[in-house]
Design a protein around this ligand. Structure first.
Ligand SMILES: Cc1cc2nc3c(=O)[nH]c(=O)nc-3n(C[C@H](O)[C@H](O)[C@H](O)COP(=O)(O)O)c2cc1C
Length: 366
């Protein structure tokens, strides 16, 4: 009960800081260029918390914020954001540019409500530097940090520049995470217990991520003590996702993700993305590139074939003949339909009440 009571306070404080959100809080995770302003605003307008991904380069933030402000001003149900743009921005600090980012944030009339930091090359020190700079230039922007281990969560909580929110990412997550990971069902309570031993640590709201595709998984993480639930892979199959139709089809077609996705750096390297911090790799759907790699095809040959596949449009994706990076989590088999992002948020949020109510009722009856 201790865990849940701690979460109750955090849930209340999140609702106070972010008045447009409804509980239970559903978060649209930042996903590189796939989650643009339309997705972020759609999620927030449904009472969730939408994040814009880091884009292809740090300069993209300017256009993204301008577009998001435009969409915000047109949105009828997002008027109560209390002087902030009611969305967040995702930053991968290892590849981010602090000067460019702070310059863009400095010039904004409405700053984003949150900055979600992820994947530092130099650990907590790098995250601290970003946190200080963001708070200095845009005080209304709260700092969220995504971690995938208890040690990283403890380091964040012990920092004098501790984050406002910690996103705890289980190993089922699609896209990048720590190579070595744990499922959210053990990671979240262990993080929560560890934080409760640090002064003020239990005041940091925890948002769970990794494997949350529908109201069943989301209900489970609230039972574990989360104050919010972040969804990535589920949002790949939304109308607002800026995604190639071939990629989206591969997500809908995939099933049994524990067997049909893999954590690897191979796809990063094939597409020419080099330099990810060593502790990280990415989870994606197994396709011909991976099978060729496993059967001993040289990297050079595999990359040549990858580049050819890039020219084939949607046909470049697909578990059977596709070759393109198709980042998605183990929960991919639960994603069966493309919907509007707002519909996903409302459906999941409403579903949580039903699932938790039915569980309690079922337990009482037995
Ligand atoms: C295609 C894809 C791209 C992602 N890009 C980012 C990113 O740019 N920054 C980030 O912090 N997390 C990124 N993530 C990870 C998400 O933040 C989140 O941890 C994950 O999607 C949650 O697990 P799920 O995919 O099972 O919902 C990405 C995930 C996916 C699937």
């Amino acid at each position: 009960m201790h865990l849940i009571n701690m979460a109750k306070q955090s849930i209340r404080s999140l609702k106070t800081i972010y008045p447009w959100t409804s509980t239970p809080l559903i978060v649209g995770a930042p996903m590189k260029s796939i989650t643009g302003p339309p997705m972020a605003i759609a999620v927030s307008s449904a009472g969730g918390f939408g994040f814009i991904g880091p884009g292809e380069k740090p300069e993209d933030l300017e256009a993204h914020l301008t577009k998001a402000s435009e969409l915000f001003s047109q949105s009828s149900n997002l008027s109560s954001a209390d002087g902030v743009l009611p969305i967040g921005i995702g930053i991968q600090t290892w590849t981010g540019d602090l000067n460019i980012t702070t310059k863009i944030l400095k010039d904004r009339k409405l700053g984003p409500a949150a900055a979600w930091l992820f994947a530092p090359r130099h650990g907590q020190g790098e995250l601290d530097e970003w946190t200080r700079a963001i708070r200095n230039i845009s005080p209304q922007t709260r700092v969220w940090i995504q971690v995938a281990s208890v040690a990283d969560a403890v380091a964040a909580a012990r920092s004098k520049d501790r984050p406002d929110v910690l996103v705890v990412q289980g190993t089922d997550a699609g896209g990048h995470s720590r190579t070595k990971g744990a499922g959210i069902i053990t990671l979240l309570p262990e993080v929560s217990d560890a934080l409760s031993t640090i002064e003020g640590g239990s005041d940091i709201p925890l948002v769970a991520a990794g494997g949350l595709m529908d109201s069943r998984g989301v209900s489970a993480v609230f039972a574990l003590g989360a104050s919010g639930a972040a969804m990535g892979t589920r949002c790949l199959a939304t109308k607002e996702a800026q995604i190639n139709p071939g990629y989206q089809k591969a997500v809908l077609d995939a099933w049994d993700g524990g067997q049909t996705t893999v954590r690897t750096q191979l796809y990063n390297h094939l597409r020419g993305t080099l330099g990810w911090p060593e502790a990280f790799d990415a989870r994606g759907i197994v396709n011909q590139s991976w099978r060729d790699h496993e059967s001993g095809v040289t990297f050079e040959e595999n990359q040549k074939l990858y580049k050819q596949a890039m020219k084939t449009g949607p046909d470049g994706w697909g578990a059977e003949n596709g070759r393109m990076a198709t980042y998605a989590g183990t929960g991919v088999g639960l994603v069966k339909e493309v919907k509007g992002a707002a519909d996903v948020v409302v459906e999941v949020r409403k579903g949580v009440d039903g699932v938790l109510g039915a569980v309690v009722e079922g337990l009482r009856e037995t």
